[in-house]
Ligand binder design. Sequence first.
Ligand SMILES: Cc1cc2nc3c(=O)[nH]c(=O)nc-3n(C[C@H](O)[C@H](O)[C@H](O)COP(=O)(O)O)c2cc1C
Ligand code: SF4
Ligand code: SF4
Length: 252
Amino acid sequence: MLFYFSGTGNTKHVVDKLKYPDEKVINIEDIDVKKTGRIEIDDDRLGILAPTYAAGLPTIMKIFLEKADFRFGEKPYIFFITTCDGMPGITGNMVNDILKEKGMKLDASYFINMPENFAPMFNISDKKLNDEINKKADEKIEDIKKIINAKEHGNNIGTVIGKTAAKTMYESFLNSRKTHKFKVNDMCIMCGACERYCPIGAIELHFGVPEWVKKQCLLCMRCLNTCPTNAIEYGNSKGNGQYLHPDLLEEE
Ligand SMILES: Cc1cc2nc3c(=O)[nH]c(=O)nc-3n(C[C@H](O)[C@H](O)[C@H](O)COP(=O)(O)O)c2cc1C
Ligand code: SF4
Ligand code: SF4
């Protein structure tokens, strides 16, 4: 059984590649994570997959894991995979710490480098580079698939910047996810895609114009990256382009 969150398709791609043909897959944005209760794991494995946000877990995944009451007969093989742009930080530690509180622990954890989606800080528009990164990622996904299918054990997520720095970075991220930094420029064609696709309903169209109706959000960057006219800006994102995993572009 796999549980995942994916803002812009990278992690979803990994899920699609790794899942057993009949495996139950839950996108946690489809459930009210604050009310997550008992979850019966009737499979031989429990997989958790999420992107890295500021060296830590997306808040939606953190809340889901904290609230989930996993129940199983025979102990499943438990693994965590994060997709990131080279710096997975304390994501693995965070998952393990939450599981420990429930008397569980990770058997294996891995990170996969995939294209950056955080336009407020990086230019993310280089398609050739993104294609190359995705090609390498696909090779790593195949390797990890063999390893987890063989149920091998091992923590393979290093912080890269050290635990203390990663923790500080994550704490400051938690306080910085303010939606007042979003702006919509005059390229907006009032299509409503941003409202439709926001995983937490943080955007509403008022007289056709998007407005952010929650003070904080996940900062997943889905709205900015899916806008068909690139009309959404966040902080210094202007000119930094857009990125979505190619699988999502094919779906459109
Ligand atoms: C708010 C935010 C913070 C991020 N922080 C990090 C980070 O600390 N380290 C890193 O390597 N990548 C970071 N990234 C990049 C994403 O982890 C990466 O692009 C990921 O594959 C996106 O997955 P998704 O398409 O499934 O949402 C960040 C992205 C966002 C939106
Ligand atoms: S997705 Fe872009 S164009 Fe469509 S309503 Fe939102 S900001 Fe406007
Ligand atoms: S407002 Fe945009 S960045 Fe924030 S959660 Fe919604 S889609 Fe993600």
